[in-house]
Design a protein. Structure first.
Length: 252
């Protein structure tokens, strides 16, 4: 994970080969477990789900935390919370990467002011499960590598609605109807320093059968041995998961 490296010119900065799956404005993030000034107080801004990570960009240019990057390989205990009283939210933990500028881990909560926590949570868990297939390590995430070289405007396909990955398509446009504003997505020529959904070299395996089965039946599948999470798309006819069911839809 990295602090203040995923923004540029009032927009988001992504790696070459990285694509934005979902975009959501009016999101509030809060952190706990760290004393650094960057993690103090609630943060309001924009949230991006990409093929490799989650990115939060702060709307307050005077805040010490301007952007925060959550590679899937650094997150754990991610859960969708549905309290009896109050709005749904997502919580979890993220570990510091070697050379990432801080040490340890920090807890986070994501609140969606205009709704969408269930749809976003399902998509994030699915994307993380797919990305874990390309993970080449076990205990520690790879060392952080800051973007190098100049950055430029990203081509529209990198932030247009995706057509699908290994049979999975992110939530439909009615859940997250907006795309990032024009002239707000920038790209470096450096490739992502961590695995993602579209990392080359993946060969379909038996896990794909489980993913297809989950999609067809509308039932989530979680493998505690591999930590793969298969969650049906948000456009399923199934009702939103109950509080207890949502407890099972997490990766560690």
């Amino acid at each position: 994970m990295s602090l203040n490296t995923a923004h540029a010119n009032n927009g988001v900065l992504i790696y070459s080969g990285e694509c934005i799956l979902l975009y959501c404005d009016n999101v509030v993030m809060e952190f706990s477990g760290q004393d650094r000034p960057e993690f103090k107080g609630d943060k309001a801004g924009r949230l991006y789900l990409t093929t490799h990570r989650m990115i939060f960009n702060n709307s307050n240019a005077k805040d010490p935390l301007l952007s925060f990057s959550f590679p899937f390989c650094t997150m754990k205990n991610v859960e969708l919370e549905q309290p009896m009283f109050g709005a749904n939210y997502i919580k979890g933990k993220v570990r510091a990467q070697p050379n990432g500028g801080w040490i340890g881990e920090v807890k986070f909560k994501l609140h969606f002011k205009h709704g969408g926590a269930i749809e976003y949570g399902q998509a994030m868990l699915q994307a993380a499960g797919l990305a874990k297939r390309n993970q080449q390590y076990t205990d520690e995430p790879p060392a952080y590598q800051p973007p190098t070289g100049p950055w430029h405007d990203a081509a529209p396909p990198t932030y247009s609605p995706p057509t699908g990955y290994y049979g999975w398509v992110p939530p439909p446009s009615d859940a997250f109807p907006n795309t990032p504003p024009a002239n707000s997505v920038y790209m470096t020529d450096m490739p992502p320093p961590y695995p993602g959904i579209n990392t080359g070299g993946y060969t379909p395996s038996a896990h794909d059968a489980k993913a297809a089965e989950a999609a067809a039946s509308g039932t989530a599948y979680y493998d505690p041995n591999t930590h793969y999470a298969y969650v049906p798309p948000a456009y399923s006819n199934e009702a939103p998961p109950s509080y207890e069911e949502s407890k099972e839809k997490k990766f560690k």
